[in-house]
Write a protein that binds this ligand. Structure first.
Ligand code: F6R
Length: 230
């Protein structure tokens, strides 16, 4: 389902989605060479990371977080770092665990953080956001502190956060565009409309995910439900 020169779009049966994407991730690990992967958290990657925890050896991988909330306590279970640990790291046997670099939201930020990436795995927000790069974000945006859209801040509460975040820190679209590979993972029919806009609409800052179409090695991993309007 890919236009010539456009992004690769893989559409997978809903029940096979996590297993297929896991096999693709496994394929990147073949030679055991050190790699740096930037990972989203949230609802979409949960079933995926469950399978990674069962099947993958990530001991050569440094995982860096794609984003983090501002304004949550250090022990809040809704923090992105807490979700990554809960969904991916803790279920893994110790010898297969990645090293994880969290985001210190209080420290000065390097606009190019996290530097070279072998893989960036990003989800798709209902408003088209990527990481916490909300509509209106420039294509070359740096890693930075951001204000959150109303729906994004509310999302933290759905993830179990004890309070509403006051902002966020996100890897910018600029550093994501520099990643060797980008995977956009989307599941569920509630995302079908925004998937259609991101892939078939104009490349526009109104839908930040549409700006990733120009990445030279981007794959959209969709389940049938999310691809329902393509
Ligand atoms: C989370 C992140 C967000 C989510 C997006 C989709 O680290 O970067 O951009 O990927 O909001 O969230 P879910 O997967 O919960 O629908």
């Amino acid at each position: 389902m890919n236009a010539p020169g456009g992004p690769l779009v893989e559409v997978i049966a809903d029940e096979d989605w996590a297993a297929v994407v896991t096999s693709a991730a496994d394929g990147l690990l073949d030679d055991g060479r050190p790699q740096r992967w930037c990972l989203a958290t949230g609802a979409t990657p949960r079933p995926l990371y469950r399978q990674w925890a069962e099947r993958l050896d990530l001991s050569a991988v440094e995982v860096v977080l794609l984003d983090e909330w501002i304004g949550l306590d250090a022990d809040d279970p809704g923090r992105c770092a807490a979700m990554l640990h809960h969904d991916l790291v803790e279920p893994m046997p110790e010898q297969r665990r990645p090293t994880v670099t969290a985001i210190d939201v209080d420290a000065p930020l390097d606009p190019q953080w996290p530097g070279p990436l072998d893989l960036a795995v990003v989800g798709l927000g209902a408003n088209g956001h990527v990481g916490m790069n909300e509509p209106g974000t420039a294509p070359d945006s740096p890693t930075r502190r951001v204000d959150l859209a109303e729906t994004t801040a509310a999302g933290a509460l759905r993830y179990g956060a004890r309070r509403r975040p006051t902002g966020g820190v996100t890897v910018g679209l600029g550093p994501l565009q520099q990643a060797r590979r980008v995977w956009v993972i989307v599941t569920g029919d509630h995302k079908a409309g925004i998937v259609e806009r991101a892939l078939n609409g104009p490349e526009t800052t109104d839908v930040p995910a549409s700006l990733l179409r120009s990445h030279p090695a981007v794959t959209w991993w969709l389940d049938h439900s999310a691809a329902g309007r393509l």
